[in-house]
Design a protein around this ligand. Structure first.
Ligand code: HEM
Length: 284
């Protein structure tokens, strides 16, 4: 029986590393996938295949397509596709590093490591802006319904956002709360938040059909740069795309106030195959 990759439904770990790979030209993608099956358990390491790999391997993944790049004045939404995305979950940075090294070496003839970003849980699960992240995530069976398709697979949207901490610091606390639509101090939702507030833009029940997804985002930092690795799993990509359209003002011209202090540097979709007998199952 197929089960979802367990790491998708588990709470966010204390530490993580995200690895992005491209396909080596003229390499044997089937050999690469077979090596992948040996190193990914779906729990400590979650894997997502990009369109390039799916196409090269002749797999059929309905619903997986190129990352959208809706344009809005002053906003850039980069699409940065990758062949393979790995989310290494753990609690020891050294172990994560050594695991990443081992995986890189095993996949090297086919998948070339081009991106490696360290991430962490902050406080009780806050974004580095100080706001609680994940409050309105679906729970239990609702989480499974939102994130997992009937065959146990999932689609994931990944965007690395870079925060502008100077801009954030220059805002009055009330203006910051209005950006999110929640109070930083006690996480209370603000009834009178402006329509541009992030939680007004993305309120999952307010879409038709409702647009629930399972967010498993984690703060990241690299030198002086930091922000949020936004990671959202869905049985389909429709909820994410509906939210992104509204965030970028495609529906009513109102742009999400989040863009006042943060912007995405990357954007990509991946297919997270289910697990069978402890290994990723690529047969559909
Ligand atoms: C740097 C980027 C982002 C930050 C810092 C951020 C932060 C937050 C915060 C603080 C909340 C309120 C607490 C919660 O329910 O989790 C929230 C809610 C939410 N965010 Fe984001 N978010 C970001 C990007 C996105 C993106 C790109 C999407 C989808 C396209 C998204 C979708 C949602 C959804 C669906 C909710 C829950 C809304 C509800 O039903 O109340 N977020 N986010």
């Amino acid at each position: 029986m197929n089960t979802p990759q367990a790491g998708i439904l588990l709470p966010v770990p204390p530490l993580a590393r995200y690895l992005g790979f491209t396909l080596e030209p003229d390499s044997d993608v089937h050999a690469g996938l077979s090596a992948l099956l040996d190193v990914v358990d779906g729990e400590r390491t979650v894997a997502g295949l990009g369109l390039a790999t799916v196409t090269a391997a002749g797999l059929s993944v309905p619903g997986l397509h190129a990352f959208p790049t809706p344009s809005a004045p002053g906003i850039e939404l980069p699409a940065t596709p990758a062949a393979l995305w790995l989310w290494l979950r753990g609690e020891d940075r050294g172990e994560l590093h050594l695991r990443a090294q081992r995986i890189e070496a095993l996949l090297a003839p086919v998948f070339r490591l081009v991106d490696s970003i360290d991430a962490f849980k902050h406080d009780s699960g806050r974004d580095l802006s100080g706001y609680e992240d994940g409050t309105e995530n679906p729970q239990g069976d609702d989480a499974t319904t939102a994130a997992i398709a009937a065959d146990g697979s999932s689609l994931v949207a990944v965007q690395r956002w870079l925060h502008d901490f100077r801009r954030l610091a220059a805002m009055a606390p009330e203006a910051r709360d209005d950006c999110i639509g929640r109070r930083r101090s006690d996480n209370e939702e603000l009834d009178d938040a402006p329509a541009s507030a992030h939680v007004k833009r993305t309120a999952q029940e307010s879409f038709s059909p409702e647009a629930f997804l399972l967010r498993r985002s984690m703060p990241w930092s690299e030198g002086r740069d930091a922000g949020l690795m936004f990671v959202a799993f869905g049985a389909t990509l429709d909820p994410f795309e509906a939210q992104l359209r509204r965030m970028t003002g495609q529906e009513d011209g109102i742009v999400d106030a989040l863009f006042r202090f943060t912007r995405p540097l990357t954007g990509a979709y991946f297919w997270c195959p289910p697990v069978r007998d402890g290994k990723l199952c690529l047969i559909r």
